[in-house]
Design a binder for this molecule. Sequence first.
Ligand code: CA
Length: 226
Amino acid sequence: MHSDQTTIVVVEDDPNISELICLYLRRDGHRVVAAPDGERGLAAVKRERPGLVVLDVGLPGGMDGFEVCRRIRAEGAVAVLLLTARDEEIDRVLGFELGADDYVTKPFSPRELAARVKAIIRRAGAAGPASTAVLTVGSITVDTGRREALLGGNAVPLATREFDLLAYLATNRGLALSRRQLLDGVWGPDWYGDDRTVDVHIGQLRKKFGPDLALSTVWGVGYRLD
Ligand code: CA
């Protein structure tokens, strides 16, 4: 078995797209299981316990990708990469309460998708023992080893990027950070997203932590955590 092998479940109803994705991911050494709809996708996730799910938003059979994602999240922490067909879906994807780890807009190049998958897996692997720290910011505790955020001792469920953003802000506490710096630091320099991506995730953190999160908007710059 390849040492970097990750099991990936691909939920996509278009057989051509599904085949292409599977081909590229297998070529990168991953074990790939394909499912053509939400029901079978969920069954595959339960059965295979994958490290990542590539999930199409537009699925047949009454359960769209958002619903599938919600159910996957309810079962445990699995990284999810959403495939979205229309620009209008992007706001929903970014504002999505349970938070996808990343998304790709159709039509996409399989190479780009493979690169995103690699980045998600690398990020998950980077959270190993070498990079652990427990940061305290007021009543909030950020444990990068356990990848856990606590508010007054209670765990606050965060999507992968929300956690990464909070950890980055906490690590650079007291510094005004531009949206560009946050994009580079949290999403990586290869990320194609824009300022809106940062703002949406900041909004999620504010919503989840409320006034306990001493996060200021620095006009003309970005954000600062005190
Ligand atoms: Ca579809």
